[in-house]
Design a protein around this ligand. Structure first.
Ligand SMILES: [Zn+2]
Length: 103
């Protein structure tokens, strides 16, 4: 999928349509001591009990289960930066694409 590097869209701070720069963001790994850490979750009493809601703990070994109907594409994650006030907003919902190119 090809997308332009800039896009004209509404800015919440400028209150008008301005040119926004588009960048693709990738997910970061969970840091050991920061807000989303497992250590912090345990202190708060989260992640205990039955099931982990897909959030906490270790992931199962791949050898024990097999993915069926595996998806080839991934959802892209974009951020829009206003060129006037330099404020950044994330996109609400990504679409599936095999490959994303910003031109
Ligand atoms: Zn703005």
């Amino acid at each position: 999928m090809n997308l332009r590097k800039t896009r004209r869209m509404y800015c919440n701070w400028c209150k008008t349509h301005t040119i926004h720069k588009i960048i693709q963001v990738k997910g970061k790994e969970r840091s050991a001591l920061k807000r989303g850490s497992i250590q912090r979750a345990k202190l708060r009493g989260e992640g205990i009990g039955f099931g982990n809601k897909g959030k906490w703990g270790s992931k199962p070994a791949i050898s024990k289960w097999k993915r069926t109907g595996k998806k080839i594409s991934k959802k892209y994650n974009l951020q829009y930066t206003c060129e006037i006030c330099k404020k950044t907003i994330s996109q609400r919902r990504g679409k599936r694409a095999k490959k994303l190119e910003l031109k």
